[in-house]
Design a protein. Structure first.
Length: 269
């Protein structure tokens, strides 16, 4: 893509511009200012055509990341990092006619596919996915506070809580210091021998913990409501059975008290 077209795309559709840029051997970055000379040269598994090149030290880049082509690693981190997912994801991208490299079949009016199906899309998807994986690795190693999942013994978000910490040891400490004492054999799904910590992604804001923990909280609120309903039912059953037992007992006591007096006996008995 020509630099002129890239800058136009940056102005009109920054996200698509970023996605395209991440498939390039030498991404131009969010301002279109980076060039080949700003990148290190090295071999990769895919050879030069698929190389994921890092920026030279001292080159200005968002958050100081050298592996994201000048783009903010928080944005890159959220992208798909498998080649199959990346290929499916990239194949749907459209740009104005004359800017892309694909055909205009099944595209919107005045649009064309950004990439050609076949070797080009496959090669760029590999480069894209590899770059995203490198970005995720860089983010994990360089951005301090992150979101960690504390799995409590089950599976999925309903059996896990989330904390902010700088590393796995810190996440475990957060769990043990602020939450562990509230969990025991009477709390659903809790298996202390299966508690484990998993790094999820960089932390954004403390407010995210409220939304991340919502599935767990909703699951427990629902379980508590069900248990309370069962308790209410049990209390009614206990009250009814207790009353029935007392009635039977009163009947028996009365029979004993009136035995031999003729009271309550049939005249023909």
């Amino acid at each position: 893509m020509k630099l002129r077209d890239y800058r136009t795309l940056l102005s009109n559709d920054k996200r698509t511009a970023m996605l395209f840029d991440l498939t390039e051997r030498h991404p131009r970055g969010p301002y279109g200012a980076l060039r080949n000379k700003h990148y290190e040269t090295h071999d990769s598994y895919y050879g030069n055509a698929g190389a994921v090149l890092g920026l030279l030290k001292g080159v200005d880049s968002a958050e100081g990341s050298t592996q994201t082509g000048g783009w903010n690693p928080y944005e890159v981190y959220e992208l798909p990092d498998s080649e199959w997912s990346a290929q499916s994801f990239l194949s749907a991208l459209e740009v104005p006619k004359g800017v892309g490299m694909g055909d205009d079949y099944y595209s919107s009016d005045g649009q064309q596919k950004l990439f050609k199906y076949g070797a080009q899309l496959t090669r760029r998807a590999k480069r894209f996915a590899y770059r995203v994986r490198k970005a995720k690795q860089w983010v994990k190693e360089n951005i301090g506070t992150a979101v960690y999942q504390v799995q409590l013994g089950g599976y999925g978000d309903a059996s896990a809580v989330y904390v902010h910490a700088d590393n796995e040891a810190g996440a475990l400490k957060q769990w043990e210091l602020f939450m562990k004492e509230a969990f025991n054999e009477n709390t659903d799904g809790y298996r202390p021998d299966r508690v484990h910590i998993t790094y999820m992604r960089p932390a954004k804001t403390p407010l995210e913990l409220m939304s991340l923990n919502e599935k767990f909280q909703a699951s427990y609120r629902n379980s508590v409501a069900q248990k309370k309903a069962r308790v209410a039912t049990l209390l009614k059953e206990i009250e009814a059975m207790d009353m029935a037992e007392q009635v039977v007992n009163i009947y028996a006591v009365n029979m004993v008290a009136t035995w031999g007096t003729g009271e309550g006996e049939d005249a023909d008995a």
